[in-house]
Design a protein around this ligand. Sequence first.
Ligand SMILES: Cc1cc2nc3c(=O)[nH]c(=O)nc-3n(C[C@H](O)[C@H](O)[C@H](O)COP(=O)(O)OP(=O)(O)OC[C@H]3O[C@@H](n4cnc5c(N)ncnc54)[C@H](O)[C@@H]3O)c2cc1C
Length: 293
Amino acid sequence: MSNNEVNESDCCGNGCSNCILDNKPKPSQRALLAGRPNVILNYAKFKLLSNEPCNGDQQVRCLHFVYAESEDKTEQAGILDIPPGHHVMLRMDQQASPLLRPYSPYWTDFASKEFKLLVKLQPGGAMSAQLSGLQLEQVLQFRGPIGNYMHDASSAKNIFIIAQGVAIAPTMPLVAQVLDNEDDMSRVRHLICAKDLKHVYLRDQLLEFGKYWNYSSCLYLSQQQTELTSSLRYKESAHLGRLNIKDLAAQAPKGIEDAKIIVIIAGYANFQRDMREQALQALPVAAANIFAL
Ligand SMILES: Cc1cc2nc3c(=O)[nH]c(=O)nc-3n(C[C@H](O)[C@H](O)[C@H](O)COP(=O)(O)OP(=O)(O)OC[C@H]3O[C@@H](n4cnc5c(N)ncnc54)[C@H](O)[C@@H]3O)c2cc1C
């Protein structure tokens, strides 16, 4: 594949925990095993297949993309590998410097080279303005995968995944990779923080996860105004209020106490910082085993 260099101008400047400058897109183990190139390692074109509002909110969009086939025969035979918890960079060319923003797929298909994003359009945001006018079949440029978290399925772990708002997106493939592997004895506790039930995204998938023995979830709703119990679905559990140290400590593992604890945090930088501090106080977790996406 052509020029795979990363330089200063490839950084979006948003201060991502996993900046592209420190996490250069590189061939994954999976791509190497398949013996086929990962089409997204350098900027590649992806066509918009669908653009739907999420939870009826026009400002939160589920965007579905497919690789727009290249003339290059090697790339045609390629695969799309975006490992769980990794993000991609969207580039929009403008007159001055290109506009760059990171987004985290909540679903990817290796063979058909498709992925889905959950995007919250920010009022006054530069990329949001571009994305709000997206047309079906429009072609955008993405590059990745960017990130450094890798799950090790060789020994059972207690995995705490803490997500805020739309940042639930990158946590979905992380959960799926544990549950889809029958040999993986790890347990996942998915703690989902949102303003209210209407702002809990991908609920149907969460309920599907709930069918597995090694998955449990809890919603923490900081501003829920209406009565909750009747709105919850079968096996859904929720707390009114923000997730705090006491709640986290109450989730401390019982059953496989010896298993290593991993904490993964997805959300804004201040949320990542607060949750990291709380996790260190509430759980017997080593600082090196706390990962921010
Ligand atoms: C690793 C990573 C993954 C991400 N994944 C996702 C994802 O999957 N989905 C998602 O929706 N987002 C995701 N984001 C956030 C995303 O990258 C963008 O930051 C987001 O879409 C807003 O971009 P924007 O260009 O529209 O807004 P920006 O132009 O960056 O502005 C953001 C906000 O700041 C305000 N603002 C801008 N300029 C000023 C100013 N001068 N003064 C005051 N306020 C100002 C804007 O009004 C807007 O509300 C991710 C971020 C990171 C770091």
